[in-house]
Design a protein around this ligand. Structure first.
Ligand code: ADP
Ligand code: MG
Length: 282
């Protein structure tokens, strides 16, 4: 059974066609990168998959683990239950800053427990043990009692991933989870995603701004341009030359200027996250 199946998804915001007839299938256990310049529709697609946004009437359908989560411009009846299977990690603001990290991770239980138990923070010993285990799994076992606001950016992303483990989500959607991180934190977060994909069998879809991370961590890449899929295949096939072909000038955002540099980039400053040392160091 497929994890995510999207048929002819289209979404307009006013006159802007943000998703243009997108169809794709992602198998259970895959690790897929979603790339594209800003404004290409990555976040919009992710928000539709997890049911945070609906397409317009006649704008296609999405199945999660074989059941429809939305179709015909509406959420399906079973959407609430299906949402539990989908963990989401955003670029920022994943955690409640004034709560402890452990409390944040425990919030992953909310879809499954009664409202009053969640409201009063009444978690069982077993749930607390699972939350501590999840923090250990993402490599930050020692921060459970700290306020979430005291964590570094990379630690916050890892705690957000831990929360999706507590949620027992089968699918993890991460929307530019490393966009605001330095290269070594970015690498660690991508490694945690790769680990939960490999060892827990969680299907991962990660939107990324830099294609180097897609090549390194995700066997398959789906590339969007203006809301349309322009490439879907093995990440290894996505050479910089092909990116230039797919995106033209827009490729400057996505590729490492140092390797097979697109002709129009010589004067562009190299931002820290694009430094090859940050990406390729073992
Ligand atoms: P990406 O995540 O790839 O940067 P987005 O999915 O955020 O791209 O945006 C795709 C397009 O849809 C952009 O042109 C953006 O301005 C537009 N868009 C996204 N969300 C909204 C919204 N809530 N209202 C209006 N336009 C939106
Ligand atoms: Mg986005």
């Amino acid at each position: 059974m497929g994890a995510i199946s999207i048929r002819n998804l289209s979404k307009t915001f006013g006159k802007k066609l943000a998703l243009d007839n997108v169809s794709l299938d992602i198998g259970s256990g895959e690790m897929v990168a979603l790339i594209g310049a800003s404004g290409s529709g990555k976040s919009t697609l992710i928000r539709h998959i997890c049911g945070l946004e609906t397409a317009q009437y006649g704008g296609g359908a999405i199945d999660i683990m074989g059941s429809q989560i939305q179709g015909g411009g509406r959420l399906a009846h079973g959407a609430r239950r299906l949402r539990r299977d989908v963990g989401v990690v955003f670029q920022q603001f994943n955690l409640v800053g004034r709560l402890s990290v452990l409390s944040n991770v425990l919030l992953g239980n909310l879809g499954r427990i009664s409202l009053w138990r969640g409201t009063f923070g009444l978690f069982t010993g077993e749930e607390k043990r699972a939350a501590r285990e999840a923090l250990a799994r993402v490599g930050i076992p020692e921060v459970g009692w700290q306020r979430a606001s005291t964590l570094s950016g990379g630690q916050q992303q890892r705690a957000a991933i831990a929360r999706t483990l507590v949620q027992k989500s089968r699918i993890l959607l991460a929307d530019e989870p490393i966009a605001s991180l330095d290269p070594s934190s970015a690498r660690r977060v991508m490694e945690v995603l790769a680990t939960v994909n490999r060892e827990n069998g969680i299907t991962c879809v990660v939107s990324l701004h830099q294609v180097e991370y897609a090549r390194r961590y995700c066997p398959r890449t789906i590339a969007l341009r203006d809301g349309r899929i322009v490439f879907d295949g093995p990440s290894a096939e996505l050479t910089n030359a092909m990116l230039v072909e797919l995106y033209g000038d827009g490729s400057e955002e996505l590729v490492l200027p140092d390797i097979e540099a697109p002709k129009k980039t010589p004067s562009r400053p190299v931002s820290p996250v694009l430094k090859p040392a940050g990406v390729f160091a073992a």
